[in-house]
Every structure is written in structure tokens, then in C-alpha cells.
Design a protein around this ligand. Structure first.
Ligand code: GAL
Length: 920
């Protein structure tokens, strides 16, 4: 224990307007039930003294699921009336101007009045909602404990109901990924609430449900949450029957035309039961800030929000010990500091906050690798009521200082960290929206290899586990809330509920995520239509910024702007200037960095989206223009017949630029703090420019996780110390003999010489604002390309590319040869089609057949081809330009040797061994 500095006077107050428990919809009912269920004395003093005062129980296993409503469903099941869908608007340019919303009055009974009170704890700007008396729906078959759901599908969560397809190969569905994510779905599960839970508070914690969730327990509508990306809680306590049957039923209603990308559908993140004493730390109720940080010492301030759900005032005392965490997130050794005991009297059915502080000497700071380490701590608070332990609550955090310097950019713990970021959507390729820790970790590992140090969660709050990963691995994160405010981008997107829900949604994200050291910036919006509405839009921005400051005064705010100019009102409302594409210039518009710099000399400027370059991995198209950037046009960078975009990495969306051009714009504006490339990985949906495809072309890495050539452009720039050289295209072009076949080399070197079959094509120096070496007039002849590079006059890196022979065999490589037998851990197996000497056959599209032996399962396969409509669950798939992917997991609880076999007609097959272990 180093030091317990001060003991501020304890503040005890029912929280500000709207956040008091009294206003939560079910609380009165609940208090009555408690009284009825317990002897009066116990209700007044419901203290348990067991050693695990708080339980957080995963309830992901063993659900039943079906699509659609039952025949006896009344019309009232709709959350709210929705505008009628007009002709599909799929395929609009991403920077198309959003439109005014259509506003409808309900005019018929809907669920909304019962759902709105769920968000009451997050309302301060308006009065809380009161739950209407009675139930909106009585007797519906799916709500009954006795309903036979054995015919429904058995599923474990996280579950994405749309990822199995089938792909909608016809029609205007490209924007949302050509998978049937919209519609109604029901999930049912019986909860295990033993009689010993009598007197406890029982909450259902949902990490994300897509979307418009409504939760019933034992036939009672408990509440719900419309926005699919937020985490939320409903209080089950008034409706549980301890020791009895507790039938949970969750209905989701995911609208069509509700997103510009693939949202997925269903209970696609984890669900938890949280059981506490009536006096407990509230939802996301621990907040740590570190107002003073140096190498020598750090001040750690902790605020605990205590809920008293009992009918008597509760005298409470909190003590907190602080421990260091290891890289895996486990406590190391003894407490390193303590926060002295804090006391408060929490009024009945109300809240109180306890504040404490301590100083830690020689803190191990959190910062992004490679120059810093992502060290973390945990504050373990013990809450006592009348001397008995009623709660134990952990608040994880990191200690770091972040400064935004308009000239230098982002300064972490005194060191300038250039933002080398990417945008990522939430889908995990072939796994869809169903969150999987290992799949997300693999994405981060691939990005780290490229030199990425920052991620923008475009355009919505991520799974909580992803922020645990970014904390642990040391990425800087932009946490983003909305893709639209009041104005609409698609007919049924968030704009429909913005007026009712923006405050609850924004506060929920801020409270959930504000302890994560990786989160360094709050984004309140992306390219919102309010950029165009002058003062009206600015008022919305002001309200959102105000909310962010109330919930977390330690981080600045941004909204990503592709249209608002320096002299418009919107940019003035946010703390940091985040430009989408405008920095390099959009279409004929010149680059806007200088204008913003002149107007906002005190604000940091960076690109929240850069590039939007497009390509299909391994698809090289000829002729190759001599330009460095241009839009994809038929025959120039794109082939509408195959729906593939050239991999020469010179082409972009109409409003975007190649990586090279965006680098040049940044390098001419040294005050720019960095960039977030659109996008790190290809994602499902938004397949600009070919809306008949399934997935995007903008990823630096394809949907299967295979790097495109662009990967090396970023690696060379972001890891300049890494000796590397990369040649494109491949050199297997039967039929192109004698034709001009440009060769480009990407390297962190400054000079390079290319040889074709030993003949020099000339030595080149990279000029300022050039990011690749180009030999645009090479004549193709089979054989060998070789490049030698120099940096500062010294030999730096070399690379070779040889003409491959006919496909002869398969080669398989698992990213992890040992996985945990928990049914969740994954091994990603890359399959390569090779010639007899092991060289990749770069155009191979052989039909591959996957089979598995032992205690494992093939979860999905892919090949990164944006035009493939093969279901992701298929065990047969064509290679795409020589590569394919299989994702393997162990059957839960089954250990041993798994063998993945891959076969293709006429080729020698491959077998990949993977071990399934109880623990790893
Ligand atoms: C941006 C938008 C992104 C994505 C991208 C495609 O305008 O913010 O969500 O649509 O374009 O290049």
C-alpha cells in the first residue's frame, strides 16, 4: 500500500433529475413485491452476508430461437409505427446528402410506452417516463412458460440470425450485405433463479441485441431497448419467482433499410444475469479518473454510485484496494494502493455517490506499443452495510495522460503518437455480427502487424470485450455513437428514434466505456445530415457535446465531417476537428486541412476517414494508368462483368483517394495528427462500386483476413523501421508474354532496383510525396522478379516474385495450433493452392472441400472474394486468387487432436492438426 491521500467529505444525494430509482418504471411494483415476499423486518433490512455478494452469470448457452411472430400476435407488438418503405435506395453514394425525417404519430397502440422507462436512469434533460399500468399484451403463446418451444432452433449466444443466409443474389440489397438481417425474431430461455435468490436484485444485462428488443419475464413486459449497438439492463426483480419457473422471452424486430452496412440480427452479443443485494453498486457504477499523472506519481479518483433498492435507508461504507493487472488482465500480487473508507446513508429507493482518492507512486502507465506498454489496474471496492459485506465491485482502468496539441497532435504520456488508425465495422466477416473474442483479437493482431495503433469504432459502440482487447493490446480508440441524428440516411435508421433515445443512448455508451484507457475520444456522430442544417444542426451537436462533458470531462468530443466547412457552425461545437476525406479533398474540392487550421488554430485536426481506396485482393487489371489515384470506372480500375476492382491500389470511391494521395496530403500538413483509413478490413455490405456484390472493397485486408497489396503501403509508412519490400503484381501471366505489365514495389526504403530475370529495370529513388517505386513499362516474361532496396545508402530489404507453375497441391496453416475446448476459441486456417515447388498459384480458383476429424467443428469458410455468394457455413468453397480460409473451433468440453482435411480434385490435399485443450 503506497498512500491513501485524502478523504473528501462524502456526498449523499438522490441523484439528479431522472436518474433516481424511483423513476425506473418497475420500481414501485417491485418494492411492493419485496414486501409481500419477505417478512417485514427482512424487507427493511435485506442484508445478505455471503462471500459472493454479487454474481454475474453468463446465460449465453441453451436458448431457443425462431423467426417471425406467432399466429396469435397482436398488432401492438410493434415498438412504434414506422414510415412506409418506398423504393429501395440502396447503392446511394456514401456521401449522399441525408434527408429530412418523416415524422408519424402513433395513432394505434404500440409497445413504446412500456419500453421507454428502461432508459430512465440515463435521462437528465427531460422527465422520466412512467410505465403504463397493466400489460400491453396478455396471453400471447410465446410468453407462456408452458409453450412448447422444442421445435425452435437451439442456439447459443452470441447469435446472428442472418449470417447463414441465403445470400439475396437479386435485388437492391447490397447495402446491407445481401443477407436477411431484417425481420422479427424470438428467443426463449428458462432462467435458473433458486429459492435462495429471494430478496436479491436480479438484472438482465444485454451487451447488444439487434434490434428493438422487448423483454418479457413470466408474461410481464419488463422493458427493452431499440438501438442495437448499445448495452442495456432491465430489472427482472419485480417479476422473478425465486425457486419457480422463470420464462424469459425476448422479441427483436430489426427493420429493413435500417443501415448502410450489414447490421446482423438477433442476440449477437452476450447476455448476463447480475444478482446483487438490494444495496449495491449501480450499473457501470464505478468511475476512475486520473487527473494528475507523471512517471513518479498518479492521482486516482474513484466515484462509486450506490443504489439502494430497499425500502429503508441504508448506511454504507466502501473501502477500495488497487491492484496491478498482468497482460491477461489478472491481478498481480498485493494491493498497490488503497482508498480510505467512505461512508454514506443511502436513502430508501434512491442512490448516493461515494468519492475517494489516492495517490500511487511510480505508476506503470498505459500507452500504445511499440514505444509504450498498455499497463492496467483494477480498483476492487468492498461495500458494507451495517458491517456486513453487501457488494464487491471491480473497476478496471489504466493510468495515462493524453494531451491534444494543435501543432503536434496527440501526446500520450508526454510522447507524440501519430494516429495510424483504421475504421472498422462490427462484423467479423464469415462469422457475421455474432461477437467472438478470438476473431476480434485476430483482427487486431493483423492490424498491429501493419503498424496500426488506433481504431475508430465506425459508427457505433463496439462489443464490451473488444474494448477489453484494445485496452489490453494498447490501441487508441474512438468510441462512436451515431451514424445519423434527426436526419435520415436510410429510411428506417436510427433517426426514427433519435428524438426519444439520443440522450439515453449517448449516456449509456459514455458510462459503459469511460473507464477504458484505450478510449481517447468520444465521437457523437458520423457525416450526420445536420452538417447541412446550420443552426438547427448545431443545436443538436451542442446538446450531445454537453451530455458527453457531463458524463466524462476527461475526453474531448468530435463528429466526423465530410461536408461541413471551416466557416460553418457545426465544427465550432466540437473539441477536435475530424474530417472524412476533406483533408485530401473530395471530388473536385481542394484539400481542406489549411482552411480548418486557419479557422481553428487551437484544435487538433485529423482524418477520421481517409482514402476509401478500393480493390479486390489479387485481381490485377490492365492497362494500368500512370496516375496515382482515380475513381473506379469500367476498364479503368474496375470490371463490371466480374465486379472486381484492380489490386494495383490506385483506385478509390468517387469521393476518396488512393492511399498514396492521402499520404501526400497528410505530409503536406504536418500539424495533422494522423488518419483513420476507411477501412481496415472489408466488411459485409456497402460494396461500392458494385452493389450486386456482398461485401466492401475498401478494406486494406479482405473479408477473410488476407492482406491486400495496400497492407504493405501502410506497413511501410507506419513501421518505417521495419526492413521490408513487397512486389506487385504476381508474376504468373500465361498469355501476357511481351505485353506491358507494370511492376510496383512498396518498401520502407528510399531507393530500389528491379530485376526481371536478372536484367535491371533501373534503380529508382523515391521523390518527396511518393510512396511506391514504379516501373510502369516492364514487359512480361515468365521467370523471376527481384527487387533490392536501400535506405540512407545502405542495403535495406529484398524481395522476389516467381512465376508459378500449374496448381499441384494444397498447403494449410493454422494461426493457432492449440485452442481452448470452450466452443468459442477459434483457429483460423489459411489454405493456399500451390504449384509443385510450393509457390502460390496466384489465380487459382480450385474447388476446395473441407472435412474435419476429432472433437472440432468447421464454423465457417471464406475466401475474401466480395462477389462470392457461397454460404459462409459451406464446407466447399473455391479458392480466390490462390487462398481460402477455414475457421475451426473445438466442441465445448472435448479435448484432443482435431484434423482439418482440405481436398481439391487433381491436387495433393493437406491436413492441418489443431489441439483442443481444456485450458491454454
Ligand atoms: C463514408 C462513410 C462511411 C462509409 C465510407 C465508404 O462517407 O462515413 O460509413 O460509407 O464513406 O467509403
Amino acid at each position: 500500500m503506497r498512500a491513501a491521500l485524502w478523504n473528501r467529505p462524502v456526498t449523499t444525494k438522490p441523484d439528479g433529475m431522472g436518474s433516481g430509482l424511483l423513476r425506473r418504471g418497475a420500481v414501485w411494483v417491485r418494492a411492493v413485491l419485496l414486501l409481500a415476499a419477505l417478512p417485514l423486518g427482512a424487507a427493511a433490512q435485506p442484508v445478505r452476508s455471503d462471500t459472493a455478494p454479487r454474481e454475474r452469470i453468463s446465460i449465453d448457452a441453451g436458448w431457443r430461437f425462431t423467426k417471425g411472430d406467432p399466429a396469435d400476435a397482436p398488432a401492438v407488438l410493434l415498438y412504434d409505427v414506422r414510415p412506409e418503405l418506398k423504393a429501395g435506395e440502396d447503392g446511394k453514394a456514401a456521401d449522399a446528402r441525408p434527408q429530412d425525417a418523416e415524422r408519424l404519430a402513433a395513432g394505434r397502440p404500440v409497445l413504446k410506452p412500456w419500453i421507454l422507462p428502461t432508459g430512465n436512469d440515463f435521462l437528465r434533460n427531460r422527465a422520466p417516463y412512467v410505465r403504463p399500468a397493466g400489460e400491453p399484451v396478455e396471453g400471447l403463446s410465446y410468453l407462456q412458460a408452458g409453450f412448447d418451444d422444442s421445435g425452435w432452433r437451439k442456439v447459443d449466444l452470441p447469435h446472428d440470425w442472418a449470417i447463414e443466409g441465403p445470400f439475396l443474389t437479386e435485388g437492391p440489397y447490397g447495402g446491407m450485405g445481401r443477407l436477411p438481417s431484417w425481420g422479427i425474431g424470438w428467443y426463449r430461455k428458462k432462467l435458473d433463479i433458486p429459492a435462495s435468490d429471494r430478496g436479491r436484485s436480479i438484472f438482465l444485462d444485454v451487451d447488444g441485441a439487434m434490434s428493438y428488443a422487448a423483454v418479457w419475464l413470466n408474461g410481464h413486459l419488463v422493458g427493452g431497448w431499440p438501438y442495437g449497438y448499445n448495452g442495456w439492463r432491465v430489472d427482472l426483480t419485480p417479476y422473478v419467482v425465486p425457486g419457480g419457473v422463470n420464462q424469459l422471452a425476448i422479441r427483436l424486430d430489426n427493420p429493413p433499410e435500417s443501415a448502410r452496412w450489414y447490421p446482423g440480427g438477433g442476440l449477437y452479443r452476450s447476455l448476463w444475469l447480475t444478482k446483487t443485494n438490494p444495496v449495491h453498486v449501480g450499473q457501470w457504477g464505478g468511475v476512475v479518473t486520473t487527473p494528475q499523472v507523471s512517471q513518479q506519481s498518479a492521482t486516482i479518483d474513484l466515484t462509486l454510485s450506490i443504489d439502494n433498492e430497499s425500502v429503508a435507508p441504508a448506511p454504507v461504507e466502501a473501502t477500495t484496494a488497487i491492484y496491478a493487472l498482468d497482460a491477461a488482465g489478472n491481478r498481480i500480487g498485493r494491493a498497490v494502493a488503497a482508498i480510505a473508507s467512505q461512508r454514506a446513508l443511502v436513502p430508501a429507493r434512491s442512490k448516493a455517490t461515494l468519492k475517494g482518492s489516492t495517490t500511487l507512486a511510480n505508476p506503470r502507465l498505459w500507452g500504445p506499443p511499440p514505444t509504450q506498454q498498455p499497463n492496467r489496474y483494477v480498483a476492487v471496492s468492498t461495500i458494507r452495510q451495517g458491517g456486513k459485506v453487501v457488494d464487491r465491485f471491480e473497476t478496471r482502468f489504466g493510468i495515462r495522460s493524453i494531451r491534444f496539441d494543435p501543432d503536434k497532435g496527440v501526446i500520450v504520456n508526454g510522447e507524440r503518437i501519430p494516429l495510424r488508425g483504421v475504421n472498422n465495422h462490427h462484423d467479423l466477416g464469415a462469422l457475421g455480427a455474432a461477437f467472438n473474442v478470438r476473431a476480434a483479437e485476430r483482427q487486431l493482431e493483423i492490424l498491429r502487424e501493419m503498424g496500426t495503433n488506433a481504431i475508430r469504432m465506425s459508427h457505433n459502440p463496439p462489443a464490451p470485450e473488444l474494448l477489453e482487447l484494445t485496452d489490453r493490446m494498447g490501441f487508441l480508440v474512438i468510441d462512436e455513437m451515431f451514424d445519423s441524428w434527426k436526419q435520415k440516411k436510410t429510411a428506417l435508421d436510427f433517426h426514427l428514434i433519435f428524438p426519444d433515445w439520443h440522450e439515453q443512448d449517448l449516456r449509456a455508451m459514455l458510462r459503459r466505456d469511460r473507464n477504458h484507457p484505450s478510449v481517447f475520444l468520444w465521437s457523437i456522430g458520423n457525416e450526420v445530415g445536420e452538417q447541412y442544417t446550420g443552426e438547427e444542426g448545431t443545436a443538436v451537436a451542442r446538446e450531445l457535446v454537453g451530455i458527453a462533458r457531463e458524463e466524462d470531462a476527461t475526453r474531448p468530443t468530435m463528429t466526423a465531417m465530410n461536408w461541413a466547412k471551416a466557416d460553418m457552425p457545426l465544427p465550432a461545437t466540437v473539441d477536435v476537428i475530424a474530417l472524412n476525406y476533406q483533408g485530401a479533398g473530395i471530388r473536385s474540392l481542394p484539400g481542406q486541412f489549411p482552411a480548418f487550421r486557419a479557422r481553428f488554430p487551437d484544435k487538433v485536426i485529423f482524418s477520421s476517414e481517409s482514402a476509401s481506396a478500393l480493390s479486390s485482393r489479387g485481381e490485377y487489371q490492365f492497362p494500368v494508368p500512370g496516375t496515382i489515384s482515380g475513381p473506379v470506372r469500367p476498364g479503368v480500375g474496375g470490371d463490371p462483368a466480374t465486379r472486381q476492382v484492380s489490386a494495383y491500389e490506385l483506385f478509390a470511391s468517387d469521393f476518396g483517394t488512393s492511399a498514396d494521395r492521402s499520404f501526400a496530403a497528410d505530409d503536406q500538413a504536418p500539424y495533422v495528427a494522423g488518419e483513420f483509413v476507411w477501412s481496415g478490413f472489408d466488411y459485409l455490405g456497402e460494396p461500392t462500386p458494385y452493389y450486386a456484390a456482398r461485401s466492401s472493397y475498401s478494406g486494406i485486408i479482405d473479408l477473410a483476413g488476407f492482406p491486400k497489396d495496400r497492407f504493405y503501403l501502410y506497413q511501410a509508412r507506419w513501421r518505417p523501421e521495419l526492413p521490408m519490400a513487397h512486389i506487385l503484381p504476381h508474376w504468373t501471366w500465361p498469355g501476357r508474354e511481351g505485353q506491358v505489365t507494370p511492376v510496383h514495389v512498396i518498401s520502407s526504403a528510399d531507393e530500389a532496383e528491379l530485376f526481371v530475370n536478372g536484367k535491371s529495370q533501373g534503380r529508382k529513388k523515391r521523390a518527396p510525396f511518393e510512396y511506391r517505386f514504379r516501373w510502369d513499362y516492364v514487359t512480361y516474361e515468365p521467370g523471376e522478379l527481384r527487387v533490392v532496396t536501400w535506405k540512407n545508402g545502405k542495403e535495406w530489404a529484398a524481395a522476389e516474385m516467381k512465376t508459378a507453375g500449374a496448381a499441384a497441391r494444397l498447403d494449410g496453416k493454422a494461426d493457432r495450433a492449440t485452442i481452448r475446448a470452450d466452443g468459442r476459441d477459434l483457429s483460423f486456417v489459411t489454405v493456399r493452392v500451390a504449384d509443385k515447388d510450393g509457390l502460390t498459384a496466384p489465380r487459382a480458383g480450385n474447388r476446395l472441400r473441407f472435412t474435419i476429424e476429432g472433437p472440432g467443428e468447421i464454423v465457417a469458410t471464406d475466401n475474401g472474394d466480395p462477389t462470392s455468394f457461397e454460404p459462409f457455413q459451406s464446407h466447399e468453397r473455391n479458392a480466390f486468387n490462390g487462398l481460402a480460409l477455414a475457421i475451426v473451433r473445438a466442441r465445448p468440453g472435448e479435448t484432443g487432436r482435431i484434423l482439418l482435411h482440405v481436398a481439391a480434385e487433381g491436387l495433393e490435399g493437406a491436413t492441418v492438426p489443431i489441439r483442443s485443450e481444456a485450458r491454454k
